[in-house]
Design a protein around this ligand. Structure first.
Ligand SMILES: Cc1cc2nc3c(=O)[nH]c(=O)nc-3n(C[C@H](O)[C@H](O)[C@H](O)COP(=O)(O)OP(=O)(O)OC[C@H]3O[C@@H](n4cnc5c(N)ncnc54)[C@H](O)[C@@H]3O)c2cc1C
Length: 397
């Protein structure tokens, strides 16, 4: 362990923050992770991770544990919600996939991924998890950074990495005019025991998605196919305040859809909803000894299922740069944002474009159906090659 007297401060105990604490802990650094919740615990739903992510998790020493906990979907299929026309099939195993991607595409319960990362952190006594610590802001001096918390406490560190999510307080201090971009869509999520799911949903073992005018639903198995993860995303325009009115609005939207789409809604508690938002790409997200990471830096719509993946990639790139920076954190942070800008902005902007395609109706949907129908499974793999190919960490040497 190094002789530094001040720890590195990590704000936020989501996947990005815990992975960052682990990466720094593995370098022998002291870390204080400041999390606002009384208990560091993730929202318990599924998360998909492209073949670009496992090599990063290997770098953090948790790849094998993640492989054991992961479900490997055989394909991603996208259907028209009204006609059941198959618009896309992306094979996730077989010769074409294996030739391009040596690592699998996985689906994992977020709780399992988080617990694997937390468990790995526990092996390093110099990683301290500070819970019920809501960071409200920071101040920086030549010697370090001070994080201020809502209860009046403060924490001194060498540098600060803010992984405090979409509504980051640290981003708000760095860029007061910047705010999350609301989309007018809400998400509903559920996990049900696989054998209790409607038979229509049990019949598909891949990642299955249905697209309609102003909504999509998606589902896939988890945990050795013992559970089914479901997500339903709807445009609510105008939003209806009452739970009953909201449920009616959604039922009306799927009334003329295939039964499988309605089966998804039947599994969900429509009273719980999450507003969907993303962020504008930023050219700068570091300043001096402070940097953003994960959603706080580049929150994206979930069209490509890569928000958590990008956070894990950030961690591997940033920790490698810190390791090589000989204590010059400002230089490491500035290089980090330069190296990560184009890839993360491409994820954000491509996700927005795909979002439109997923949710269009009328003539736009007809055009989408024709255009997507012309693509072969191999074509879809080529389309995601830029994303699913892992970041080359050796280049950072
Ligand atoms: C419906 C849906 C489906 C998704 N599916 C996928 C998917 O399949 N694959 C994928 O890769 N991504 C997916 N994502 C995106 C993914 O969830 C996020 O990109 C990822 O969780 C971001 O991780 P993070 O650590 O940056 O932020 P978060 O997970 O948001 O963690 C932030 C943490 O900081 C804490 N915090 C916040 N403010 C403070 C504060 N002031 N002080 C201290 N602590 C604070 C929070 O409590 C939280 O623990 C999905 C998102 C949604 C909404």
């Amino acid at each position: 362990m190094s002789q530094q007297d001040k720890p590195m401060l990590v704000v936020g105990g989501g996947i990005g923050g815990v992975a960052m604490a682990l990466a720094l802990g593995r370098q022998g650094r002291r870390v204080q992770l400041l999390e606002q919740l009384e208990e560091i615990a993730p929202i318990g739903y599924g998360v998909q991770m492209g073949p670009n992510v496992l090599p990063m998790l290997d770098q953090l020493g948790v790849g094998q544990a993640v492989r054991r906990a992961a479900y490997l979907p055989p394909e991603i299929e996208l259907f028209d919600a009204y006609t059941a026309q198959r618009l896309a099939c992306v094979p996730l195993h077989g010769a074409a996939f294996d030739a391009m991607f040596p690592q699998p595409y996985i689906a994992i319960h977020r709780v399992d991924l988080h617990e694997i990362l937390l468990q790995a952190c526990r092996a390093y006594p110099h990683i301290e998890m500070v819970q019920a610590a809501t960071v409200t802001g920071f101040s920086e001096s030549a010697q370090g950074v001070q994080a201020q918390c809502a209860d009046g406490k403060s924490f001194e560190g060498e540098a600060m990495i803010a992984a405090d999510g979409l509504r980051s307080k640290i981003r708000a201090q760095l860029f007061p005019d910047d705010a999350p971009r609301a989309t007018g869509y809400v998400a509903h999520r559920a996990i049900v025991p696989f054998d209790q799911a409607p038979a229509s949903l049990q019949s598909r073992l891949g990642v299955t998605m249905w697209s309609g005018d102003g909504f999509h639903v998606i589902y896939y198995p988890l945990r050795n196919q013992s559970e089914l993860n479901l997500v339903a995303v709807f445009r609510v325009d105008p939003p209806v305040a009452s739970a009953a009115g909201h449920a009616e609005q959604l039922q009306a939207a799927v009334a003329t859809c295939q039964g499988e789409v309605r089966d998804v809604l039947a599994c969900m508690n429509l009273e719980r909803r999450w507003a969907i938002a993303d962020r504008e790409p930023l050219r700068r997200w570091s300043q001096g000894r402070v940097t953003l990471l994960g959603d706080s830096a580049h929150a994206t719509l979930q069209s490509l299922a890569q928000g958590a993946g990008m956070a894990v990639e950030d961690v591997c790139v940033l920790s490698r740069l810190i390791e090589r920076s000989e204590g010059d954190h400002a230089s490491a942070f500035s290089r980090f944002q330069r190296l990560r800008l184009t890839r993360t902005a491409r994820v954000q902007l491509t996700s927005r474009a795909l979002w439109e395609e997923y949710h269009c109706g009328g003539i736009a949907a007809q055009v989408r159906n024709q255009a997507w129908g012309e693509r072969s499974p191999q074509d879809f793999l080529y389309c995601v090659n830029w994303l699913w190919s892992p970041v080359d960490l050796a280049e950072l040497a």
